[in-house]
Design a protein around this ligand. Structure first.
Ligand SMILES: [Fe+2]
Ligand SMILES: [Fe+2]
Length: 336
């Protein structure tokens, strides 16, 4: 088990929002390697066990996943890879997301297997695996992504198109304040009106519109949040889900109304409603309890239902004094 000094290192980073937990260590080609901390690396068995334990609450398993992501390295990747046998599409897509953020070539094999598994893995999971492969990069990942540019699933096909466009651009690494590796670098344009026009222009290549989206997120002003909110009406479900995601990163209360409308829209793609729910969990001041309670019933799509459970946990965390969302290696709180 981790020593207290290990835990001190893991706790340095208070998670600004769940989808953007900063990695501990450098990224770019290899999994972050914490190296021995306080003499030994943490034992990941207990936390990996929680990730795979279907009897544990989903919110606990998510925290275990983000703990593994924060630690990185071979053992963490191996535990995460085993989670693709799970029933929860939401959990599996988040595992793929985390593997992509680690950018570890160790994850290539499992991610290509997930992308190729049309029968066994849901489109949301295969989409996230494709995006993760683009983050890892290299000839092998690119070859797989090119192969699935004609996938029958629109979300997967569009993700592979974006991924190949990103790799063609040559792996431009643009840091952002959330520490996330994004599916496209931000546009160099800084004028909100022009960025908004590009975001909403359905005639432009999706990759260019993604670039406008990330530039708007980075600006984070009222006009750019309004532009992003308007983008939630665009025709591509993949695009809408990413807009909801970046509105969560921006965490501006100005984005809350549009996200609520997206979550409430039963005709909306569950992948988009999922990102809207989790984004709302990151925005301060949103009255979530009552809203999320509407989506916890068995008749609700599992991706939406489970997202609401996670959003409530994220909101709990954001309003608490807890130091670390990725708390799988922390001792349980004392009852005294
Ligand atoms: Fe996604
Ligand atoms: Fe997601």
């Amino acid at each position: 088990m981790a020593s207290l000094s290990d835990l001190a290192v893991l706790s340095v980073y208070r998670r600004p929002n769940m989808t953007s937990t900063p990695d501990l260590g450098p990224v770019g080609g290899s999994a972050p390697d914490l190296g021995p901390v306080g003499g030994s690396a943490p034992d990941l068995g207990p936390v990996g066990g929680i990730l795979l334990d279907t009897s544990k609450p989903l919110k606990m398993r998510f925290r275990a996943l983000f703990t593994l992501k924060a630690v990185g390295g071979r053992e963490a990747v191996e535990w995460m890879a085993r989670a693709f046998a799970d029933e929860s599409a939401l959990l599996k897509h988040e595992v793929a997301y985390c593997l992509g953020q680690l950018q570890s070539p160790l994850a290539l094999e499992v991610l290509t297997g997930v992308l190729a598994d049309r029968q066994g893995q849901q489109p949301i999971v295969r989409h996230e695996a494709a995006e993760a492969l683009a983050n890892i990069g290299g000839a092998e990942a690119r070859g797989w992504l090119e192969r699935y540019m004609e996938d029958p699933q629109e979300e997967v096909r569009e993700t592979c198109e974006l991924a190949v466009a990103k790799l063609k651009l040559g792996g431009v690494q643009v840091e952002n304040r959330w520490g996330s590796e994004d599916p496209a670098p931000p546009s160099e344009e800084r004028e909100v009106g022009r960025l908004r026009a590009a975001l909403l222009d359905q005639g432009l290549p999706l990759f260019d519109r993604y670039r406008a989206m990330f530039a708007l997120r980075n600006l984070g002003c009222a006009a750019s949040i309004a532009a992003l909110a308007a983008g939630l009406a665009c025709s591509s479900a993949l695009f809408r889900h990413e807009i909801a995601f970046v509105l969560g990163q921006a965490a501006s209360p100005l984005g809350a109304e549009a996200l609520l409308a997206t979550l409430r829209d039963e005709g909306e793609n569950p992948m988009v409603r999922h990102e809207a729910a989790e984004a709302l969990g990151d925005i301060p001041g949103v009255a979530l309890e009552e809203e999320m309670a509407r989506y916890l019933g068995e008749s609700v799509d599992p991706v939406v239902r489970e997202s609401c459970v996670i959003a409530l946990d994220m909101a709990d965390y954001n309003s608490s004094q807890e130091f670390q969302y990725a708390d799988g290696l922390l001792p349980p709180p004392s009852s005294t």
